[in-house]
Design a protein around this ligand. Structure first.
Ligand code: HSE
Length: 435
């Protein structure tokens, strides 16, 4: 049978991993496929930087159009990242009748509607297993393994860089900047690491998962996002005294009419299964009405783990092409997206428990004043500690609450922050101990 030709656009870290798999694991792959895979062309603007594996220079080009216009290429792998020109290249590839494999979560979260619609109209596939959770089969699990489930809730650690930073801060007591520099040196941070630490990368992934899980439209701009760059080592240490670890979480749940979708640092009980997910590892927990709980865990980033996910899409596609079974599964798992009749719940309506750290002057009646304001806003305290240590002339009072509504919490904290005895803006970290 005639081979399937592949073109790669973006020869960076993950691209190099894909080249390595296609060249070095060919024998293994061919035992699973009827048609041979041939990496016919690679496009990248930088063809000079050293790569971990050499290729014949005749297949290299700096012009992506050479791949898009090549009639012999059936599958295009987009690994350049970013919104443009990746969007244009993918749309042109689809218009030219090519199938596309991408890891570009930012692009799918932002322009997914347009891209998935174009692929459907053209009858081509767009696969994106590597866009969420690196090597972890998150997308395929939702598309192929859980279609007979209402997803009640899911939450996870979806950014390896942020998780690496938080793990280092908590285990070694190092500050945020030092931990970030190390994450970047290890190569799993995004080109712009603010996407990792500000929670944006996690929000991109959450937007994709919300669509897959509930058939909801991609609505990146309605997801609440808060990152970890403002997180103080002190709070990680206080949280530990209460028996919690701090993780950057993507959290989602649904009822009949609303979907909760938020990204923020959260306190997890130390014995929670996700609390032990450390370093650059990712993990995601799904709860479906038939299946119950499912936990997926693995390397969320890095050259070979992510390349493994890209290769899984290429092999999947090659099988579909060989068997004439293209678009067997809709791109986002549902026949129609956006027919769910649900809305994303506004953040102010969220109900959860909270950790607060107040920086106050050490004077009588401070605590009663603060607890009075909390009480007026229906916020009930479950635990308090006051530490003697001075931080910038004030002492920290750390408090845990019972369940409270976000809108009430924001109102109460804004009143408390205006008190004379309060020296610094109150730190708020949400607690995730429902599931
Ligand atoms: N920068 C991402 C992370 C890479 O740190 O998880 C995978 O999306």
């Amino acid at each position: 049978m005639k081979p399937i030709n592949i073109g790669l656009i973006g020869w960076g870290t993950v691209g190099s991993g894909v080249v390595k798999i296609l060249l070095e694991d060919q024998a293994l792959i061919q035992k699973k496929l009827e048609r041979r895979l041939i990496l016919k062309r690679i496009a990248d603007l930088d063809l000079e930087s050293p790569r971990p594996i050499q290729v014949d220079s005749s297949i290299l080009t700096t012009n992506a159009e050479d791949i898009i216009k090549d009639p012999e290429i059936e599958i295009i792998i987009e690994l350049m990242g970013g919104l443009e020109p990746a969007r244009t290249f993918i749309l042109k590839a689809i218009a030219a009748g090519k199938h596309v494999v991408t890891a570009n979560k930012a692009l799918l979260a932002t322009h997914g509607q347009e891209i998935f619609k174009a692929a459907k109209e053209q009858g081509v596939e767009i696969l994106f297993e590597a866009s969420v959770g690196g090597c972890i089969p998150v997308i395929r699990t939702l598309k192929e393994d859980l279609p007979a489930n209402h997803i009640n809730h899911f939450f996870g650690i979806l950014n390896g860089t942020a998780n690496f930073i938080l793990t280092k801060m908590s285990a070694e007591g190092v500050d945020f900047d030092q931990a970030l520099a190390e994450a970047q040196a290890k190569g799993f941070a995004e080109a712009d690491p603010t996407f990792d630490v500000d929670g944006i990368d996690t929000a991109h992934k959450l937007a994709i998962l919300v669509s897959l899980a509930y058939g909801h439209e991609l609505e990146l701009d309605k997801i609440y996002v808060e990152g970890i760059s403002q997180l103080a080592l002190l709070d990680i240490q206080f949280a530990a005294e209460f028996g919690y670890v701090v993780k950057l979480l993507a959290i989602s749940s649904s009822n009949e009419s609303q979907i909760e979708a938020r990204v923020h640092p959260a306190l997890l009980p130390r014995d929670h299964v996700l609390a032990g997910v450390n370093g650059s590892f990712n993990a995601i927990f799904f709860n479906g009405h038939n299946v119950g709980d499912i936990l997926l865990y693995g390397q969320g980033s890095g050259m070979m783990p992510t390349a493994s996910a890209v290769a899984s899409d290429i092999i999947d596609l090659a099988r579909s092409i060989s068997k004439g079974a293209l678009r067997r599964v809709p791109s986002l798992a549902w026949r129609e997206i956006g027919q769910d009749g649900m809305e994303l719940k506004p953040m102010e309506e969220t109900i959860t428990t909270y950790y607060f750290r107040f920086s106050v002057l050490d004077r009588p009646s401070v605590l009663s004043k603060i607890s009075g304001i909390l009480g007026e806003h229906k916020i009930s305290i479950s635990a308090v500690i006051q530490k003697g240590r001075e931080v910038k002339g004030a002492v920290p009072i750390v408090m845990m609450t019972h369940e409270a509504k976000e809108a009430n919490v924001q109102k109460a904290l804004s009143e408390i922050n205006q008190l004379d005895m309060v020296r610094d803006k109150t730190v708020l970290i949400r607690v995730e101990d429902r599931f």
